[in-house]
Design a binder for this molecule. Sequence first.
Ligand code: AHR
Length: 546
Amino acid sequence: MNRSSRRKFLSQAGLTGAGIAAASVFGLPSYSQASGRTARVKLGLVAPRAEFNRRLFGAFLEHLGRSIYTGVYDPGNPLSDERGFRKDAIREVADLHVPIIRYPGGNFVSGYNWLDGVGPKKNRPTVLERAWNSLETNQFGTNDFMDWAKAVGTEPLLGFNLGTGNSEMAIAYIEYCNFAKGTKWSDLRRSHGYEQPHKVKYWCLGNEMDGPWQMGRLTAREYGRKARDIAQQARIIDADVNLIACGSSNTIMPTYLNWDREVLEECYDQVDGISLHNYFGNEPQLSGGKSERFLAQNLDMERQIREITAVADLVQGLYRSPKKLWLSFDEWNVWYRARSHEHLDGKGQFAPHLLEEVYNLEDALLTGGFLNTLMRQSDRVRVACLAQIVNVIAPLVTSPTGILRQSIYFPYALVLKYARGRMLDLEVEGETYPIHAAGLRADFARNEEVPFLDVVATYDAKEKRVAVFALNRDLSNERELSLSFDDIAPSKVLACETVTGTDLKAFNTFENPNKVVTTKLDAMKAGAKMTIKLPARSYTVVHLAV
Ligand code: AHR
């Protein structure tokens, strides 16, 4: 792109200071309003960008309900292998190519004694697990997770217990996992049959330590100091680890943002990232039960990312630190139905049915929106985890005889399959609709304009591929996306797939598993200017050779 057209694109794309204020739609700098059902998108390689981190598309596996037991580990079931791993779950997760999976919790980790879950299975104690009031047999533990992670081709993201756990046992854990040999804990691992260290590179320093529900909850300053101490020691064991501090559990916490600031004031120099969590829903408080507001909730996620980024950068400034923190959005999903007491209390049972949210079409569309947001914010978000992966608020559900793909599986699979390389710079001009604050919880109460179309695009320079991901929030109308490429020209449409349907509330069951699936759209003509017709209520990807 020559210098003057580059400047023109930058200013039209709202990527210059002046453009941002003029074009702001729900805080999205590169969107501007226009009327009509056609949105115009300019795509270019304006900013020098690094490739985004694929860990953005991670997931989460917690000892909770039927996630581990009967989900991924079910010895004796004919569908399981000799290690007790469900082969159908392995196949599904492996086929998705999930880059990283967080384990073992969640709230669970804050009361977990990792030593109970290693060594000969017959010696492992059964304990009462207190986060979910369930029976934990410890028949699946860290080494089993490592084996499973290998089988599905994913990287582990482990968590330390900063709740009931002390720094001694946290450091013992990383020594057990990552140190080669010749020390108490590394040799214990070797005696358990794991000669080679697991070399886990990403670690969470606890979980949701601001929450009154959390075992061993601390104040921000107490937590920040504990996290700093453990991080400092962990780096002696393994200098290459990436350590993630616990940020706020969600945006309605009374300590939201102050928690993050105080924690980082205590431990900024010792950590690499800070975590964000949030769960969304089409419920009275968050959307007024209105699907058009619900489908805009990825923009609430986007605002949360911007707010936490601002806090991290504030603390960087306070310390005059050369280090910029990245963000780990390591719990996100729709979750609002299976959330009342009976869905959270395991009543002392083994593998109880907890948090078994049934996902419908509108949840799938918003999941596409969340993935768009994560990609759009990928210069700061390095890690993110769809919470979770099997049975518990999950895209995959097992029964004793099979496995089901829920609706949210499909946008997740599309993004995992097609998003590669770096983000393209976009200038989007399109119609918007208003959303209203009245009656909503403070952190969702906004009077804003929301674009009907939410679009991002990735560019894989090596393979010469572009992928365009578009959420059509229009509940009644097809909308057109008119693409014009500035410095790369598509030569062929390789695939065009969509998740759509007439009934926003439709969901899959074992008896009827194909109500919400991906379908193919008629291919359009490829070219530097091309138009895609997006069905009403849809999440679509167009994969192009360039
Ligand atoms: O993912 C379910 C639970 O939600 C996690 O255990 C906890 O971290 C969050 O509150």
